[in-house]
Design a binder for this molecule. Structure first.
Ligand code: UT7
Length: 335
């Protein structure tokens, strides 16, 4: 069995900054409410005139990750693309990246696990590396939330939280037994699927049905979140899946050098930080600047943490995520 490790990271964020106060243009809310409940100060939303999409942002983050790894696109054997906001219903974003970057006809796989999507994608990539099938895999998380949010007071409980952006890593085969990806842990509980969901258009409720019913209260084409329900499950599952990763590797929370939680809510990250007895320096948060970018949040945060010198060789790095599905997951690295 081979071992895998991250050899390159990159991220891309749209230039347009949307501050909390900017949201007042189209909804009743306040900077105070948003900061107090979520920690978010601003987020990036694609400027519609820019032509940027989930795939183009993913491709830009991927290019940066490949360069950071000291590789070229010819070295990449496979693409895994995680998103809940693909450019189109089908095909997915992986093939779009293959095309945009002008790569050879390598395989491209899409992962649909929302906020846990990047960690699930890492886990899939790890299996391909371990068996020796591939040497370098591009793992991308990218989201265009702003294109599909309800920009009115009715949608404020969801709309203020989400931002756009992309992050990517290259996961590579490594001969160094002492470092790399130690383990990944994946979970789901579909009984709560409806609590954080986007119901249509789907084969369960297609466009013509929505049009036929002409019901102004049918907003099933906007994301729905039962915030408090999700929050309560998130804090429990985050803790469980971090503990699981530590226990499997005979480690304890005092061994953690850096926790990169999915950026769902600063209050959730602070709860986890306290629970595991970590200092501010041991938890990487950027939700203040970018909001919740679901599958992109961990690779963006990792890429920034690496740029800032917050991850050093030999560090124990934990990634943990929870979200729609419900799904939750963790990955443990010796950097
Ligand atoms: O990434 C996937 C995982 N996601 C999460 O883990 C998110 C988990 N949930 C949360 O982060 C929080 O539940 C939210 C930040 C989404 C919401 O915070 P909350 O404290 O649970 O608020 P709430 O939904 O219970 O709403 C409280 C009040 C309501 O007013 P009333 O009914 O008490 O009069 C809402 O209408 O706040 C109102 N409200 C707002 N007010 C101003 C909801 N959204 C807003 C808003 N601005 N944007």
């Amino acid at each position: 069995m081979y071992k895998s490790r991250i050899t390159g990271c990159g991220h891309f964020l749209p230039e347009r900054i949307v501050k909390n106060s900017d949201l007042l243009e189209f909804m009743e809310t306040s900077d105070e409410w948003i900061q107090e409940r979520t920690g978010i100060e601003e987020r990036r939303w694609i400027d519609p005139a820019s032509g940027e999409t989930t795939s183009t942002m993913g491709a830009k983050a991927a290019e940066r990750a490949i360069a950071h790894a000291g590789l070229t696109k010819e070295d990449i054997d496979f693409i895994i693309f995680a998103t809940l906001s693909p450019d189109m219903y089908f095909p997915g974003g992986g093939v779009r990246v293959q095309d945009i970057l002008g790569m050879s006809t390598i395989g491209a796989l899409d992962v649909r696990n929302q906020c846990s999507g990047f960690v699930y994608a890492l886990s899939v990539a790890d299996q391909f590396i371990k068996t020796g099938m591939y040497k370098n895999i591009l793992v991308i998380g990218s989201e265009n939330h702003s294109g599909g949010l309800e920009k009115s007071t009715r949608g404020r409980g969801v709309t203020v939280i989400f931002g756009d952006g992309a992050g990517a890593v290259v996961l590579s085969r490594s001969d160094d037994e002492t470092r790399g990806l130690l383990s990944t842990h994946l979970h789901s509980e579909g009984a709560h699927a409806a609590q954080l969901s986007l119901l249509s258009p789907s084969t369960g409720r297609w466009v013509d049905e929505i049009m036929k019913d002409n019901d102004p209260d049918d907003i099933s084409y906007y994301p729905y979140m039962n915030g408090q329900f999700v929050f309560k499950h998130a804090v429990v599952r985050f803790s469980e899946v971090i503990n699981e990763a530590l226990a499997v590797n005979n480690l304890t929370s005092s061994d953690i050098d850096l926790l990169i939680p999915h950026q769902a809510n600063l209050r959730i990250a602070q709860f986890i930080q306290k629970k595991f007895g970590l200092t501010d320096d041991q938890v990487y948060n950027n939700i203040m600047r970018y909001g919740n970018t679901t599958a992109a949040s961990i690779p963006i945060a990792l890429s920034e943490a690496v740029d800032e010198g917050r991850v050093k060789q030999g560090d124990l790095v934990v990634m943990a995520a929870f979200g729609s599905g419900f799904t939750w997951a963790s990955a443990l690295f010796k950097w």
